[in-house]
Design a protein around this ligand. Structure first.
Ligand SMILES: [Mg+2]
Length: 326
């Protein structure tokens, strides 16, 4: 039997994060602590993204309250699939407790994709990320007009060193005509454009597949794939060259995600769901495990630490836990 404790958090962004889902000002989630009879501790984090189809934080906290203060592995294994962030938070805490992982893995900067600010700010922002060692950079599109964004992109592409790679992320915000227009603009820049991510919303899967079949620029899916079940379903349907973005923190039980990743033969990019260092360690451990088990490494979508106004990234799990009680 394990003691379950949950502490919710609210975390302010340095400046609000602009996506086509609107402005995101505060990240909310919860840290989970499991303690066994020998007083050993396993940490986990519930970091929901409701607009990706996960539960809300309120639903996650209500479920944890229903579980009570004492849980076992069977209770964690039977958290329903409608609560994928809970599955990950408690599942990774249990794994940490049972397998006693070595020191958390820290990827080198060139193993991490840097996140550029949206709009014109990208032009001034990329050199600092490059100097830090991020040679793959991500930029959100679909925020301004195509003409404005194309002009900004051309400035960045012409200035970027030859080994630089850009990922463009539309967060599902383009029309089919706009997606085709973008792919025509980008075609001459292959391979400097690593991929165009989620040009269309998830409900236009057949169009996304069609774009992927015709375009020299690879198409990546992100919003289309939140959970392990969606990964499995789309893995069977989508052409092999399509890139799948996996956010472990919202994918569900870590063991089930690992099993699914062992079966796939497509490019996979692991990405942050903007977790605290606790969720980040668990998600990165899963990425590292996958690289060691046949998934070819691609820069991780974890270049997001500088987006928060706090110093949590330098805190140990114990220190963060104490802070959350204040
Ligand atoms: Mg994305």
């Amino acid at each position: 039997m394990l003691r379950l404790e949950v502490r919710p958090y609210r975390r302010e962004f340095q400046r609000s994060l602009t996506t086509r889902h609107g402005n995101w000002v505060t990240r909310e989630g919860a840290v989970v602590r499991l303690t066994d009879a020998a007083s050993r501790v396993g940490w986990g984090e519930i970091a929901p993204l409701p607009w990706f189809g996960t539960e809300t934080l309120a639903a996650a906290l209500a479920y944890c309250a229903k579980l009570g203060n004492v849980v076992d592995a069977a209770a964690i294994a039977t958290i329903p699939d409608t609560l994928p962030a809970c599955q990950f938070g408690l599942g990774s805490a249990l794994n940490a407790l049972q397998h006693r992982p070595a020191a958390p893995w820290t990827p080198s900067p060139d193993q991490v994709c840097g996140l550029l600010p949206a709009g014109e700010a990208a032009i001034a922002a990329w050199p600092a990320l490059w100097i830090k060692g991020h040679h793959t950079l991500k930029w959100k599109i679909g925020v301004q007009s195509i003409a404005q964004e194309q002009a900004i992109l051309m400035q960045v592409l012409k200035a970027l060193p030859a080994t630089g790679r850009l990922r463009l992320d539309a967060n599902g915000g383009l029309t089919l005509a706009e997606a085709k227009q973008w792919l025509a603009i980008l075609a001459p820049w292959n391979p400097h454009i690593e991929f165009l991510e989620q040009p269309l919303p998830p409900n236009q899967l057949m169009d996304l597949i069609d774009l992927a079949r015709r375009s020299p620029i690879p198409i990546a899916l992100d919003e289309s794939i939140a959970t392990v079940a969606q990964f499995a379903q789309l893995d069977a349907q989508c052409p092999r060259q399509m890139v799948f973005v996996v956010k472990p923190a919202i994918a569900g039980h870590p063991d089930r995600l690992q099993a699914q990743l062992c079966q796939t033969r497509r490019p996979v990019v692991f990405s942050s769901a903007l977790e605290t260092p606790i969720g980040r360690s668990a998600a990165l451990a899963l990425a590292r495990w996958s690289w060691d088990h046949g998934i070819p490494p691609r820069p991780l979508g974890f270049g997001v630490e500088h987006w928060f106004a706090d110093r949590w990234n330098s805190l140990s799990p114990d220190a963060l836990w104490t802070h959350l009680a204040l």
